[in-house]
Design a protein. Structure first.
Length: 202
């Protein structure tokens, strides 16, 4: 099995995971080997939802999603790999997952992810930073109690802001908000709520 240093570069993580899968390891076993812990049910639920067509205004990192069988990309892959490599170099226990768009909403523009040590203790707490993984001397902060909770809070605030703008007398002309823009985010919010119920029932 590859040494832990294989996480130092994104490409080596992919090769490591591919070899483990070829050996017949399950996805959970691959996660355990690479990260020292399997990911929570909510991460798998979100990945299945994406495979089923869910589209959210965010950017997913290459890993761990690629290791779960999802080759889809919503980002500049080079940027994503830079974030992963930077995280491993400075905070190896931090596993970046997503960058949230809708910058004006709460947590907007944040790169968020799990703390692997907390996952091993059964805590799916989400940590993050505003913008790119900060340089040495920067800080990661707690963003919320779980991935789906953070996504819900962020989308709810995004929806609130869009709805407020839609109702504003100033909402006209170029760049104005339409009913469909608000309803689209409402649908996304309901999809996250459905995932929360699914995970809670599992």
């Amino acid at each position: 099995m590859a040494p832990p240093e294989s996480r130092a570069e994104s490409d080596s993580v992919t090769l490591w995971a591919r070899r483990l899968h070829q050996e017949g390891k399950s996805t959970a076993e691959v996660m355990q080997a690479i990260y020292g812990v399997d990911l929570p049910a909510e991460a798998y639920a979100l990945d299945r939802a994406y495979a089923g067509g869910l589209d959210l205004p965010l950017v997913r990192m290459v890993h761990p999603w690629e290791l779960m069988g999802d080759a889809a990309r919503e980002s500049d892959e080079d940027w994503s790999r830079e974030q992963e490599d930077q995280a491993f170099a400075l905070w190896p226990r931090f596993l970046p997952l997503l960058q949230l768009a809708a910058e004006d909403a709460i947590h907007g523009n944040h790169v968020i992810g799990y703390d692997l040590e907390e996952l091993r203790a059964g805590k799916p707490t989400i940590w993050g930073c505003d913008g790119d993984i900060p340089p040495e001397g920067g800080a990661l902060v707690v963003v919320g109690p779980s991935l789906l909770a953070v996504l819900h809070e962020w989308l709810a605030d995004h929806h609130r802001m869009l709805d407020q703008q839609l109702r504003s007398p100033a909402n006209r002309g170029f760049g104005s908000i339409r009913d469909v823009d608000v309803s689209e985010v409402a649908d996304q919010l309901r999809a996250i709520e459905a995932l929360q119920r699914e995970v809670a029932a599992s």
